[in-house]
Design a protein around this ligand. Structure first.
Ligand SMILES: Cc1cc2nc3c(=O)[nH]c(=O)nc-3n(C[C@H](O)[C@H](O)[C@H](O)COP(=O)(O)OP(=O)(O)OC[C@H]3O[C@@H](n4cnc5c(N)ncnc54)[C@H](O)[C@@H]3O)c2cc1C
Length: 481
C-alpha cells in the first residue's frame, strides 16, 4: 500500500494555546482543553487543525457549498494509526464526528459544526495486483484515480459517473454507474475492508473474517466505523467505450423519453442510458441523452443509431473514447462550491405521468441550473439477490434524481423550492430512496433506504457502534439495550 505523507506546516503544528469550544455527539456543549489538543497533535502523524491553523478554511470545505461548517478540530489522517488516534480522541471527549472521504456527501455529512472532522483526503494510495485483480484503495481516493490505476492493467472497478466523487462514500452506499448493468454495483466487486470501530480497534471485514461487517459495508453507509482500506476484485475491461451525450431540443423531450421507455425493455447489459433534462443558468432547457456502450463497435453502432432516431438532435458527442475520458466527460456539470439540494429514488417502472411531470417541471421558474435524470438500472446489478449485500432495491427499473443548484446563496430558496415541488410529484412512484443521493433535511428514512435489509443492519450497527458515534450518514440507529 502506498501511503502518502503530508508536509507538516509550521502553522498546523503551532502549539494550541487556548481552550476550544466544541459540540458533543448528542449536540451539547463541550470544552476541549488546549493541553488535550496539544497532546493529540503530538500523537498524530498528520496535522490536527483548529480555527487558527493556516489551512483550516481550505480543508473544512466540502463539495456542496451549501454547507459552510466549522469543526472544532480537523484530524488530517495519513494512515490507520491516525484514524485510530482520531476516533479515540473523539470517543474520549464524546465529540460529534464527521468522516470525510471524497467530500461529496449531498447533505454535507462529511463536515460538522463544532465537532471533529476525521479527514481521510491525505490517504491516496491505490495498489493493483494484475494477477489476482485485487485492488486496494485508501479512503481519500477519488474515482478518477481508481480508474487511472486499474486501466493501466486493462481492469476496472465499476463505479460512479463523475470522476471527482470519492470512492469511500460512493462504495459504502452501493455505487451505481455506467458499468452497473454489465458488471454490477461497486459493492458487488468489494471483497474486503479494514475498519476502525467506535472503540478504536482496527478490524478486518472479509468473507472469512467478520462477514456480517463486510455485508453491512456493502451499502449500509458509514454507520459502522471508519474504513481505512477498501479491497475490490476488479473486472477485465478494454480501455475504451462508446459514450457521450445526444442533445435534443426541449420541445422534443417528451417524445424522446417515450422512445427511451420503450427501448429500455430490449436494451442489452452493455448499454447504459441516462437521459437528463437540464436548464442552464440563463434559462435554456434541453434534454441531454447521455449513454455508454461497453460492447463492440457493431453492437454499439446499432444501439446508438437507434437512439439517434429518437428525435432530431442539435449536438452529439457520442464516440469511442478512452475510459478515463468517458468517466470525466460531464465533470464540469457538477462544480465544487456551488450550493446543491438533491433527492434520488428508485422506481419499479417508468409511467407516462412521471415523464409528463419531468418535462413540465424543467420548464418552471426555479429550474435554472437544475437537472432531472432518469437512469436505467437492471442488468447485472439486478441479478443478485436483494439480501446478498446491504444495498436494497436491486429490482428497480430506474433511478430518478432531481437536483437543484445555485451559484449565489440568494437563489437557494427558490431553487430548493423548485426541487421540492418537483420531487413531490415523483414521490408517489418511488419504491425507495438511494441513500447516497439524498439531501433531505434530516437523515434519510432508514426503512426507505435499506428496505428489508434494515433489521440485519441494526444488528451489525449495535455490535460495532452501540452509542451511534458515527451518525452523520443515512443513519441506522442501534438497538437500545
Ligand atoms: C457530483 C456527484 C456525482 C455523483 N455520482 C454518483 C454516481 O454516479 N453513482 C453513485 O452511486 N453515487 C453518485 N454520487 C453520490 C455519491 O456516491 C455520494 O455523495 C457519496 O457519499 C460520495 O462519497 P465521498 O467519499 O465523496 O463523500 P464524503 O462526503 O466524504 O462521505 C459521504 C458519506 O460517507 C461517509 N464516509 C466517507 N468516507 C468514509 C470512510 N472511509 N469510512 C466510513 N464512512 C465514510 C461519510 O461520513 C459520509 O456520511 C454522486 C455525488 C456527487 C456529488
Amino acid at each position: 500500500m502506498v501511503a502518502s505523507g503530508l508536509a507538516h506546516s509550521r502553522f498546523a503544528r503551532a502549539a494550541q494555546s487556548a481552550d476550544v469550544p466544541a459540540v458533543s455527539r448528542t449536540g451539547g456543549a463541550v470544552i476541549l482543553r488546549a493541553a488535550d489538543i496539544v497532546a493529540f497533535q503530538a500523537q498524530q502523524r498528520g496535522p490536527v487543525l483548529t480555527r487558527d491553523s493556516d489551512s483550516y478554511d481550505v480543508v473544512r470545505r466540502v463539495w456542496n457549498g451549501a454547507f459552510d461548517r466549522h469543526p472544532a478540530v480537523i484530524a488530517r489522517c495519513t494512515g490507520a494509526a491516525d484514524v485510530i488516534g482520531a476516533v479515540q480522541f473523539a470517543a474520549r471527549h464524546d465529540l460529534l464526528v464527521a468522516v470525510r472521504g471524497g467530500g461529496h456527501s449531498l447533505p454535507g455529512y462529511s463536515v460538522c459544526e463544532g465537532g471533529i472532522m476525521i479527514d481521510l483526503a491525505p490517504m491516496q494510495g491505490v495498489r493493483v495486483d494484475p494477477q489476482t485483480r485485487v485492488v486496494r484503495a485508501e479512503p481519500g481516493v477519488l474515482l478518477g484515480a481508481l480508474d487511472r490505476e486499474t486501466q493501466a492493467f486493462g481492469l476496472v472497478v465499476p463505479a460512479g459517473t463523475v470522476s471527482h466523487t470519492g470512492v469511500a462514500g460512493l462504495t459504502l452506499g452501493g455505487g451505481v454507474g455506467r458499468l452497473q448493468r454489465k458488471f454490477g454495483l461497486t459493492v458487488d466487486c468489494m471483497v474486503g475492508a479494514d475498519l476502525v470501530t467506535a472503540d478504536g480497534r482496527l478490524v478486518r471485514a472479509g468473507s472469512d473474517e467478520n462477514p456480517d461487517l463486510l455485508w453491512a459495508l456493502q451499502g449500509g453507509g458509514g454507520n459502522f466505523g471508519v474504513v481505512t482500506s477498501f479491497e475490490f476484485r476488479a473486472c477485465e475491461f478494454g480501455r475504451t467505450a462508446v459514450a457521450g451525450g445526444i442533445v435534443f431540443p426541449i420541445d422534443q423531450a417528451r417524445r424522446v423519453l417515450d422512445a427511451f421507455a420503450d427501448y429500455c425493455d430490449s436494451a442489452s447489459d452493455e448499454l447504459w442510458m441516462d437521459p437528463v433534462l437540464e436548464c442552464d443558468g440563463a434559462g435554456h432547457r434541453q434534454l441531454n441523452f447521455t449513454l455508454c456502450h461497453c460492447g463492440d463497435d457493431a453492437s454499439a453502432g446499432k444501439d446508438v443509431a437507434a437512439i439517434r432516431k429518437f428525435g432530431k438532435s442539435v449536438r452529439d458527442s457520442v464516440a469511442r473514447k478512452p475510459w478515463t475520458a468517458v468517466q470525466s466527460e460531464f465533470d464540469r456539470d457538477s462544480p465544487h462550491g456551488n450550493g446543491y439540494y438533491m433527492s434520488g429514488g428508485r422506481i419499479a417502472r417508468l409511467v407516462p405521468i412521471m415523464l409528463d411531470h419531468a418535462v413540465e417541471s424543467i420548464t418552471l421558474p426555479g429550474a435554472e441550473l437544475g437537472k432531472i435524470s432518469l437512469t436505467q438500472q437492471g442488468g447485472a446489478s439486478a441479478r443478485r439477490p436483494a439480501a446478498s449485500t446491504a444495498y436494497a432495491s436491486r429490482d428497480a427499473s430506474h433511478n430518478f434524481v432531481v437536483r437543484a443548484s445555485w451559484e449565489h446563496p440568494k437563489d437557494a430558496a427558490a431553487r430548493t423550492a423548485w426541487q421540492k415541488r418537483t420531487w413531490k410529484g415523483f414521490e408517489p412512484y418511488s419504491v425507495g430512496l438511494y441513500a447516497n443521493l439524498n439531501a433531505t433535511d434530516s437523515n434519510v428514512k432508514a426503512r426507505s433506504a435499506y428496505g428489508d435489509n434494515l433489521d440485519r443492519l441494526i444488528e451489525v450497527k449495535t455490535k460495532y457502534d452501540p452509542t451511534n458515534l458515527f451518525h452523520l450518514n443515512p443513519n441506522i440507529a442501534p438497538r437500545v439495550a
